[in-house]
Design a protein around this ligand. Sequence first.
Ligand code: FAD
Length: 527
Amino acid sequence: CGQATRLYTEEDPVVILTSDNLKQTLLNSSTAWLLQFYSSWCGHCIQYSPTWKALAGDVKDWSQAIRIGVLDCAHEKNFDICKEFSIHFYPTFRYFKAHVTTADIGKTYRGADRELQTVRQLMVNFLQNHTRQDWPASCPPLEPARTEDILSLMGQKSEHYTAVIIEDGDSYVGREVILDLMPYQGVVVKRALNSEKLLMEKLGISTVPTAYLFHPNGTHAVMEVQKRLRFFYSSFLKLLPGVHRKQATSVQQPAQIANKGQGSNEVWKEFDKSKVYMVDLESGLHYLLRVELATHKTLEGEELKTFKDFVTVVAKLFPGRQSVVKLLETLLEWLVSLPLEKIPYDAILDLADNKMRISGLYLSEHVQWVGCQGSSVALRGYPCSLWTLFHVLTVQAASRPDALANTALEDDPLAVLQTMRRYIGTFFGCRECGKHFEEMAQESISQVKSLDEAVLWLWRRHNQVNARLAGSMSEDPMFPKTQWPTPDLCPTCHEEREGLHVWNEDMVLVFLKQHYGAANISPKYIS
Ligand code: FAD
């Protein structure tokens, strides 16, 4: 156990970037880039990774024009660079043009369709957005060729084949085949449009796409392929006699990334699953305050209100070490005393990291997981700590009903849940998770009438998520998604009625209050 497998490894056809080499790689790059900023704890990023690897493999031969990379924003080393690039949600897809000379944070692809073919076609469009000046040096023209240039090839001897794909203006086949053949010598590929009547007539073409091949000896004929698809055209051309892969290409390689130190040497920490670990809660807060929120340059309007309510809830209810609670209280006082409608997040970080440190108030320096550690660094961690934190907070609210007195959240049995709902919807990096959570909240949160019901509501919804994710790729095989608490943790929570399993919810409530109660939070591993 403790053996790390990251979402992407050096074996994959993607380029793995880090804070050490991202800017240097993009600056003055001879190729364009399509990068995925992901988070190794984000379930959707995990599920999407096979598509991204397949895409990178599919367009490997395009690498002299455009390359595919990844950067893990959940890696501590990359926290600052993800902030600098304004990455708020995962995954975020960004295109970077070739030859950028100044700091450029790229262009975001916001479309919901992330299917391989869609993204591949977007890559083509993006390449075509380059101007003559910044066109990637090795990338052949993707514009349709002129009729007279093609007709002039007839009867001409040449040192290479010329393939011309005649197609509709919105077809991608020609452009994809042009890019597929980039690393090959002995053949030049062009595309032409079926709107060119003279060309169609002269070549005797009536259906598109059709590929026409001009041989080095001056003859020409329609290319006979089984199916008029990209793969068939590209394979046909690569197999022509005299067509070879060029000598090793000279694409700039980003400085090798040492994957070590990214958690792969983490030592497994023994833990007891019947306990909650303070180190997980503090690491979660650390990640939330210093990383997740820090990607927002300023907070205003709804975001600021959500942040204030969140700080109110944790400052009043977090059953933590005195120094941490004091830090949260100081932060709250500061936020309440500020009449500003807009707060730069750097000011909050400065307060938490520098000013309070002088008085000995600070959060743990590093993120470290114990009850939330995964069998690989890409699993569990932050989302596990966030669930844990909110379960602890609902239990605290139920056992200390006056804790939120004299705050805007006073006397509201939904205070913690609504704060969580707004936090998840506004700031949680996994946007899809936020959407699902919002759907659940809309469906049933209004039925919660007491602080005890709030504890149970969160338990039920968490089990609903567990049921949905069971067997998915974000499931840690060492920690399978189950309906929780399992009978070994709470035998009295389970009953059978007429042969069917049912929960004894009274006992579940008792168990949740004990499990997530302050007395069950272990200080082990807190340094
Ligand atoms: P987690 O589900 O994170 O649970 C952490 C710990 O809580 C468990 O180890 C257990 O001790 C305890 N626990 C388990 N079930 C319950 C329960 N019912 N009540 C109380 N305590 C319990 N991932 C996706 O891929 N898709 C999503 O849509 C998605 N939505 C999410 C929504 C939210 C609000 C959050 C916080 C996370 C979401 N995630 C989603 C992440 C996912 O739920 C897990 O957090 C992640 O896969 C890590 O799983 P885990 O094994 O550490 O256990």
